[in-house]
Design a protein around this ligand. Sequence first.
Ligand code: PEP
Ligand code: MG
Length: 571
Amino acid sequence: MQEGFVITEGVACAPAVIFKNDPPTVNIVHISPEDVEDEITLYQTTLERTHRLFLEEKNNVQSVVAREFLDVAILYLTDSYVKKLIEDRIRNELCNAESAVMRCYHDYINELISLNDPFVMHNEFEIHNLAETLVLELRKKKVTIPDITEDSILVCNNITPAQFLTMNTQHIKGVLLEDGNTQSHLAIVLRSSKIPAIFNVSNATKLIAPGTNVLVDAYANRVYLDPLDELIWQANKNAQKYHKVSESAIDIIKPMMAQYKTSSDGERMRILANINSISEITKLAYLPSSGIGLFRTEFLFMNCSHEPDEEEQYQVYRRIMNMLPSNYEITFRTFDFNADKLPLYMSMSSAFSVDTNQHQRKTLITQLRAILRASAQRQIRIMFPMVAEYEETKELIELYNSVKQSLTSEGHDTGRVKIGIMIETPAGALMSDSLAPLVDFFSIGTNDLTQYTEACSREAATHRNDELTPAVLKLICLTVKNARKHHIPVCICGELVHNLNYLALFISIGLRDFSVAPFYLNKLLEKIHELEVKIDLNLEAKINAILTKKEIINLNNSLIAQNFGHSGIID
Ligand code: PEP
Ligand code: MG
């Protein structure tokens, strides 16, 4: 069968369960003025019922990630601003509830996008989905989620992470999706549950009949229907070979991390982990990594019903630090809330309120105090997300210094802290020469850098966001060059790093720190081990001349082929 792109590697073979989730076609009906109140009541009772259903579902699901998605859905559902828009529309335009719902949420999405606020940019897919759910509820029609009681391969045209997580995932051995995006929430959920998955398998729900035995070889990016035993055996054998290599990589981690140097400049490569939760930390005990390159702290407090105070946060950060050896580097990123990562306690209306900046400043002070107190006796890194401007960076550093000073004057012990910023906007990359002298390190966030450079949301299927585009490559290259010029370390995190096709190129432009999901640490280590690495002096001019994505791959391949024959520093 025609393949798509691999989200999570692995091999699985089981009968197919088909889940077709076709969007409802909305009926636009004009109503008479005397029916207005009935239509509004229909909308209100449906809203209440859906809200209750979401709350029940939230109580029933085990997964924290699933609960987080439902929390976000509830926030949009109960947003009083949209509720009023919908009721006004029914009243003023004399239209039926389902068309008012669909059009209001559509306008709402556009409004959020036009605000250009990173806080709300990512969630258009979830909001759209919510509107469709409401339309079905208005018709009292429900999406039937298949009850999966035996090991199965889930084949779908479209599925939300919340729908996926409400299924019995322990029996889902593999996933094939017709659509999808490598950076979508579903991809993140699948990666964290390690379920072999391939996206963009065209017409999968049409070509595969329910119950067909499906072999998903998400190492080789192949899908086979009714495979012969020999084929299944071969795919599993290849998978075992892969696992063996991974295990031996763990054995070589220590000597390799200590000795691995580029032959020209003697720089050490570091592989680091992207961590979102405390439970993921336990995985690090048996995985090779030089530290945590990105701790997404916002995920720690997603389920809090109130904003966590300093003491509550202190206890959580202390626990994390106690779990890891004192020489193990942890990079705490301060809260990076946006609409797809909105904690339960933060309603959309508060996100838009006038005192947002003031509130965010207070939140940041509380978080910095908690992290600094918890880091007493050790060295840590703190980094600020979404930084784009020079003044903003200076203000953040000043804020950090004043927090540190007040803690010291209150008699608190604080750790040795390196302060860095994420370069994840085109503005940040273009300003990197001026920003580098202000901070101790950079970390390039390719997820946001891609969406803001290419003007495509994370959920948009139009771009594969694990593909490097010429513009993004140029911004990465510029950032690395400026970091090196000012002698500060620069790390790269974000889903793009999981595409190992660019690793030779990244190393050649001077990147030395790579931060990836725990699941990818072994693989990255193996690949780094394979490559002989030097910085290429001629690369900047070549990169500046690149026009297409294909040329990027060619350049990467030519670097591998020439075995890094030239050495030197990029600037
Ligand atoms: C990024 O933007 O690349 C990144 C690593 O941060 P997040 O995915 O949490 O926005
Ligand atoms: Mg980001």
